[in-house]
Design a protein around this ligand. Structure first.
Ligand SMILES: [Cu+2]
Length: 756
């Protein structure tokens, strides 16, 4: 080989290296940003009709508060500062118009219903203290208010049923710190190094054993990050039933398995050496095992979803629309997210779907744990719907919306980015088939869902509330539980009530149950409820009569009354229960939507319990009743503090009325048992802790409507599947090789703090 050949080979080699480098660099370079589409170019149609369901605007809230201050004729204290013996506005929320008025407006060109507010007022500064509910209107400039309490509840609302204000909790804290604890100075300082700040407390509820009681057990924890996992073993029962806080008393004290009359007795027995003090190691400020701080440094980002040509849904005011779906939404201050007028391909399927209540019933060998039956609606699922974190709580590129509340304050609070909406590709096929018999083809459709979500944090727990809309016409209401468990100090026979999850921490057994209201309207409001199931029949084989076979047979039953349509938790419910319209599909079947419940509930509470009626909705996995304006909700915020005389007892809704060709509501219970275990530390995970209700078409359409989805993929063996004209997925390298324009990360969730 001469020198010339060597030089030529060298030049060729270098050229190849540069060419390869060029290719690699281009591939590694940042692709162009995705085309941004005008927000409504791919979504569905919006009118302003959905505003009939809209939550109050902050301006409307202010108008209502101003009106009440000017017109109630009594002094009103700002609820933020109100003593139990004051009058104050507890909350103001929208008062939705009756369904008949709304339907006349939406469907029959009727006039727009008057816009009104519901104001709940505590009258503590009266001879006969009570809670009064007013409808105030018309908005935006109210001119009248009407007391609706007796009409709604059949009588006045006794004052003792009122939810506890933040101010009352603060006063209890002050009472404990300034008064109660001062009777046990050496016990507190020597056992806990108590310095006036290093305790956190958690309330229990209900607060006693009979109507009128307001005695609450508070469990004390080390005040560190994730304090729910750091019980100190000290719990205190405070009677705060008197309206004058100076008359509040400690009724009982509990420490490490023993009960004491008060702190003075505890102190005296401690000084006499009769108390076995458990040496608890001081927790670090970040909580140690309860810390949520990452234990690893960030590495490569997790997979992201993006919309190459922008969102395929749009949002205007409280209305969401995609090519297939549309609905209105709101967040009720007590019960949380609710949707109205859900339509698929323009046809209404659901008038209302809403969360009614979430309850947890606890067991423990400590008093706070064993008495706890939290009814979260009373604490307020909506008001504790906080800012969502982009990229964790919802996809990074989701649409985020603010919500507004007026509760325990004269002024509205805005929770930024507390509702998110997105379309999600689950990465699973909604349907698919590969054929290699007789003909070769493939047909499929990716499973993507339009989702609206909010997350409520109720003290220790976080509930993720989702409503999902699928391309086959199905709707799913889903809830996941996450956040911190609450715990008891491990002592004695504690392991009969849960698992040990820390040095002194008992994760206490509890149930989660959630109640949904689903007001389906299929082809109008007159619907019926039908059950289909399967039974084996024993038959002689026609061609071989000496043999018998057991043949599955379809059983069909129309459920005629509310009693027939109420399915107790442990009853055998037909596997197909569906709402049927007064019309038929192409094949002569009544058009229907099936209710499918994904739930793991067990016993809710023995009916012998004096408080069972207050959660009697949980007796039934499904109950279908005739819809009534007088039966708007299955629970009440007043049930928590007086469950012995429930303000709303759902069981009373079931009184054998006919449900054939009536406007029907399905009330659905879903839930699960939670035995906290080591892997609930530091937080319970959503995986496996989700339950849901599915509304699925059952002969409603003539075939699966997803066949019309533009996302469908089909090709056969004679086609070139890699050609863009044949298969839209083959276009992706061109049409979707863009990088999403991600908005900057922002978070404004620490601006509306809960008072503790
Ligand atoms: Cu739990």
């Amino acid at each position: 080989m001469n020198l010339k050949t060597v030089v030529i080979l060298l030049v060729l080699a270098l050229a190849t290296i540069f060419a390869l480098l060029g290719v690699l660099l281009t591939r590694g370079g940042k692709p162009a940003s995705c085309k941004s589409q005008p927000p409504s170019s791919q979504g569905g149609e919006h009118g302003d009709q959905s505003l009939v369901f809209a939550d109050l605007t902050p301006e409307e809230m202010v108008e209502v508060v101003t009106y009440l201050h000017d017109n109630l004729g009594v002094p009103l204290v700002d609820a933020y500062d109100a003593n139990p013996s004051d009058n104050c506005i507890y909350y103001v929320d929208v008062q939705l118009p009756p369904k008949a008025e709304v339907l006349a407006f939406l469907d029959h060109k009727g006039s727009r219903p008057a816009r009104q507010a519901l104001a709940v007022v505590y009258f503590g500064n009266q001879l006969d203290p009570n809670i009064t509910e007013y409808v105030v209107g018309p908005l935006p400039r109210p001119t009248a208010h009407r007391d609706v309490t007796v009409q709604k509840y059949g009588g006045k609302l006794p004052y003792h049923r009122r939810p506890v204000l933040g101010k009352e909790y603060e006063q209890i804290g002050t009472f404990l710190q300034k008064e109660a604890f001062s009777a046990a100075p050496s016990f507190l300082s020597r056992v806990f190094n108590y310095d006036g700040t290093n305790f956190a407390s958690l309330t229990s509820a209900p607060r006693g054993f009979r109507s009128g009681d307001r005695s609450t057990w508070f469990a004390l924890f080390h005040n560190v990050s994730g304090f729910f996992l750091h019980p100190v073993g000290l719990e205190v029962l405070v009677d705060h039933s008197r309206l004058d806080a100076s008359q509040w008393r400690v009724n009982r004290v509990f420490y490490n398995g023993q009960y004491y009359a008060d702190f003075a007795q505890l102190e005296s027995e401690f000084q006499q050496g009769r108390i076995k003090a458990e040496a608890v190691k001081k927790a670090p400020p970040d909580g140690g095992f309860s810390s949520l701080q990452s234990r690893a440094t960030p590495a490569a980002p997790s997979p992201l979803q993006y919309e190459p040509q922008g969102p395929r849904y749009s949002v205007r005011n409280n209305h969401v629309a995609s090519q297939l779906w549309s609905f209105a939404f709101g967040v009720n201050v007590n019960t949380g997210m609710r949707l109205f007028d859900i339509r698929f391909q323009g046809q209404r399927l659901v008038y209302e779907i809403s969360v009614q209540e979430a309850i947890s019933v606890y067991g423990s060998n400590s008093p706070t744990g064993m008495i706890t039956r939290y009814m979260d609606g009373s604490f307020g699922i909506g008001r504790f719907t906080y800012s969502l974190v982009r990229g964790v709580d919802c996809p990074y590129s989701a649409t985020y919306l603010d919500t507004h509340y007026l509760i325990e304050s004269r002024t509205p609070a805005t929770h930024k980015n507390s509702v998110c909406i997105f379309e999600q590709n689950t990465g699973t096929p909604l349907r698919r088939h590969y054929s290699n018999l007789y003909s070769l083809y493939y047909g499929g459709l990716s499973l993507s869902a339009l989702v609206i979500r909010s997350i409520a944090t109720l003290g220790n727990y976080d509930y993720v509330w989702d409503f999902l809309f699928y391309q086959n016409g199905a709707i799913e209401a889903k809830v996941h539980a996450t956040g911190f468990m609450t715990s008891s100090f491990l002592h004695g026979d504690g392991l009969d009530y849960g698992n040990r999850v820390g040095a002194h921490t008992l994760g206490t057994i509890h149930t989660h149950a959630i109640h949904y209201k689903v007001d389906l309207d299929l082809g109008g409001t007159a619907n019926r409820l039908v059950a289909h199931d399967m039974a084996f029949e024993s038959v002689q084989v026609p061609w071989s009569p000496e043999h018998q076979i057991h043949r599955p047979r379809l059983t069909k039953r129309v459920l005629h009354t509310e009693d027939e349509a109420a399915f107790p938790l442990h009853s055998k419910m037909p596997r197909y229960v569906y709402f049927a319209a007064n019309s038929e599909n192409k094949w002569g079947h009544q058009r229907g939507y099936r209710i499918q419940i994904i739930s793991f509930t067990g016993d809710h509470m023995p009916e012998a319990s004096p408080m069972e009626r207050s959660i009697s909705w949980e007796r039934y996995k499904l109950a279908v009743t005739k819809r009534k304006e007088e039966e708007p909700t299955s629970s009440s915020i007043y049930n928590q503090n007086d469950p012995w005389t429930p303000t709303v007892a759902f069981a009373d809704f079931i009184n054998n009325e006919t449900i054939v060709n009536e406007d029907l509501v399905a009330w659905i219970t879903t839930g699960f048992l939670h035995i906290p275990h080591a892997e609930d530390i530091p937080n319970t995970v959503t995986v496996g802790n989700g339950v849901s209700v599915l509304l699925r078409p059952y002969n409603y359409y003539d075939m699966d409507p997803s066949i019309y989805s533009p996302d469908s993929v089909f090709f056969n063996s004679k086609q070139d599947a890699s050609a863009c004209e044949v298969n839209h997925l083959a276009c992706l390298p061109q049409s979707a090789s863009c990088s999403p324009a991600l908005p900057p990360f922002t978070y404004e969730g620490f601006q509306n703090l809960t008072r503790l």
